[in-house]
Write a protein that binds this ligand. Structure first.
Ligand SMILES: *[C@@H]1O[C@H](CO)[C@@H](O)[C@H](O)[C@H]1NC(C)=O
Ligand SMILES: *[C@@H]1O[C@H](CO)[C@@H](O)[C@H](O)[C@H]1NC(C)=O
Ligand SMILES: *[C@@H]1O[C@H](CO)[C@@H](O)[C@H](O)[C@H]1NC(C)=O
Ligand SMILES: *[C@@H]1O[C@H](CO)[C@@H](O)[C@H](O)[C@H]1NC(C)=O
Length: 420
C-alpha cells in the first residue's frame, strides 16, 4: 500500500515536472507549453504541443496510459492504425477506381493557419481556446465548455413517429440519412462544405458522419465533419470538428480537444481550425472526406481525413458498447437551437441554407457514402433511410436511382414561409 502511494506521488510530481498543467481537469491549451505558436490570418492561434502532453490523457479512463507516459512513453500512443483502411477488398476495387477519378475533379480544402507555418513532428497543432469563451455565460462553466446540450425527449422517439411531436423539447433538428441492422466498424462520406447562417451565439449548425450506439437519451457517439458554432469557436467560420459522447451528451464528451478523450496523432491538421475554401453557389464545390473506422487490433476508433491523413483516434477505453461496434451510421446535418420545433422558428440554416437540390448541387450534400459492416470491406450500405425532424425547415432527398453511386442531399434555411 505504502509503496503504491509513493509511486503515485512520484508520478504526480513527474507529471507536474512535464508541465502537464492539468490538475483539476482544466484542459485549456494555454497552460501547456507550446513548442511553437502559429498566428493565423483568421485570428486563430495554433500551438504546437508535445504529442505526449495533449489533453486526452487527462481522462480518467485513460489514466493507465499516463503511467505509461512516464515509464514507457513509446508504447503510449498508437501512432497510426494497425490496419490500412485504404487497402480494401476486391469487391470495392472497381468502384474505388472510379472514386479516384472523381477525386481529382473535386477541389480539396485546407486549413487557413497552414499558410503561416507548420508544426514539427512529435507535436500536434492545438487551436488555442479563447479564455473569454470558457467563462462566458453561454457555456456557464469550464466543465461544460465544448459539450453539446443533451437531446432529451419526453417520450421514446421512433423514427416513424410523427416527427413534430418528437421534436418539441429536443432543441436539436436533424436531417440525416441513416443505416442500421448490422454491426458497423466504419463509416465514410464526402461532405460538401458550406458556411450556413447561424442566428444567435448559442446555436450551431453542423454537417457530419456519425457512428452511434444506444437509445436517444443515452447514446454513445463518435462524429466528425464541419461546424459553425459560435459558442465553442467564438465566431461563425466553418470549422473542422470531432465530437464524442458516451451518455447522450449529458455529462461526457466535447468538441475537438476541449476535453480529455480524443488522442491526436497528426501534426498536419488542427481540430477546430477554419476550413477554406468554402463552396459557393457560383464557385467551385469544396468537400471534406471523413472516414471513421475501428482498428481491428486495438479497438480504437480512428479518424481519417481527406483519404490519407489519420488525424487521431478515440481510445476504445472511453466507451461502453461502442467498444465493440456501432449500431448505426448517420450522415447529414444538425441544427441546435432552443427555437426548433417552435414558432417563430430559428433562422439558423443547415447545409448551404437551401433545400435539397441535386440538380444545381447548391445544398448540403454527402457523396460516396460507405460503411464497413461485419467485415473490413468498404461498401455502400445494405439499405438507408432518409429522415428529417422538420421536413418544412430542413428537408432530405436521397438520390438512389439512375445513378451509379447514390447521393444524399439535405438542409434548408430554417425559418421561411414553409417554416414560419
Ligand atoms: C500569414 O501568411 C500570409 C501569406 O504568406 C501573409 O500574407 C500573412 O501576413 C501571414 N500572417 C501572419 C499573421 O503572420
Ligand atoms: C449557470 O449555472 C448556475 C449553477 O450551476 C445556475 O444557477 C445559473 O442559472 C446558470 N446560468 C446560466 C446562464 O445558465
Ligand atoms: C401528426 O401531426 C399532425 C399535426 O402536426 C396531426 O394532424 C396528426 O394526427 C399526427 N399524426 C399522428 C400519427 O400522430
Ligand atoms: C432547450 O433550450 C432551452 C433554452 O436554452 C432550455 O431551457 C431547455 O431546457 C432546452 N431543452 C432541452 C430538452 O434541453
Amino acid at each position: 500500500m505504502g509503496l503504491q502511494w509513493t509511486v503515485i506521488l512520484l508520478l504526480k510530481m513527474t507529471l507536474t515536472g512535464l508541465s502537464y498543467g492539468i490538475v483539476g481537469g482544466d484542459s485549456t491549451s494555454s497552460k501547456r507549453h507550446a513548442v511553437k505558436s502559429i498566428q493565423s490570418d483568421d485570428g486563430d492561434i495554433v500551438d504546437c504541443i508535445d504529442i505526449y502532453k495533449q489533453p486526452a490523457f487527462d481522462h480518467p479512463a485513460l489514466k493507465n496510459h499516463i503511467v505509461q507516459v512516464c515509464l514507457l512513453s513509446m508504447l503510449l500512443i498508437q501512432m497510426s492504425p494497425s490496419y490500412d483502411p485504404t487497402m480494401d477488398t476486391t469487391a470495392t476495387r472497381t468502384k474505388r477506381s472510379t472514386d479516384r477519378k472523381e477525386d481529382s475533379s473535386v477541389t480539396v480544402t485546407s486549413q487557413l493557419w497552414k499558410r503561416n507555418g507548420s508544426c514539427p513532428r512529435g507535436t500536434i497543432p492545438i487551436r488555442r481556446i479563447r479564455k473569454d469563451l470558457l467563462k462566458s455565460k453561454l457555456s456557464n462553466s469550464t466543465e461544460n465548455y465544448g459539450r453539446k446540450k443533451p437531446r432529451l425527449f419526453h417520450h421514446i422517439a421512433q423514427l416513424n413517429d410523427n416527427a413534430t411531436s418528437n421534436l418539441q423539447q429536443a432543441n436539436h433538428s436533424l436531417a440525416i440519412l441513416l443505416t442500421e441492422g448490422y454491426s458497423y466498424s466504419g463509416g465514410k462520406g464526402d461532405i460538401k462544405v458550406w458556411n450556413p447562417f447561424v442566428e444567435t451565439d448559442d446555436e450551431y449548425s453542423t454537417s457530419q458522419v456519425a457512428l452511434q450506439n444506444g437509445p436517444y437519451y443515452d447514446y454513445e457517439s463518435v462524429e466528425s465533419g464541419w461546424a459553425v458554432n459560435p459558442r465553442v469557436y467564438g465566431d461563425r467560420k466553418t470549422r473542422l470538428f470531432v465530437y464524442w459522447t458516451t451518455d447522450g451528451s449529458k455529462t461526457t464528451g466535447c468538441f475537438d480537444l476541449t476535453c480529455p478523450g480524443f488522442v491526436q496523432t497528426s501534426h498536419e491538421i488542427a481540430l477546430g481550425a477554419a476550413i477554406y475554401p468554402i463552396s459557393s453557389s457560383t464557385g467551385l464545390p469544396y468537400q471534406i472526406t471523413i472516414f471513421i473506422f475501428k482498428d481491428p487490433n486495438t479497438g480504437n476508433w480512428w479518424l481519417q481525413y481527406g483519404e490519407k491523413i489519420n488525424i487521431g483516434y478515440w481510445p476504445s477505453d472511453l466507451f461502453g458498447t461502442l467498444k465493440n461496434n456501432a449500431e448505426t451510421v448517420q450522415w447529414g446535418g444538425e441544427v441546435y437551437s432552443s427555437r426548433v420545433g417552435k414558432h417563430p422558428h430559428t433562422a439558423t440554416a443547415m447545409g448551404s441554407g437551401h433545400f435539397p437540390d441535386y440538380i444545381s448541387g447548391n445544398s448540403g450534400c454527402v457523396k460516396r457514402l460507405r460503411v464497413r459492416e461485419n467485415s473490413q470491406e468498404l461498401k455502400f450500405p445494405e439499405w438507408v433511410y432518409a429522415y428529417s425532424d422538420e421536413y418544412d425547415c430542413y428537408d432530405v432527398f436521397y438520390l438512389g436511382d439512375y445513378i451509379e453511386d447514390p447521393e444524399f442531399y439535405f438542409g434548408g434555411p430554417g425559418q421561411s414561409y414553409k417554416c414560419p
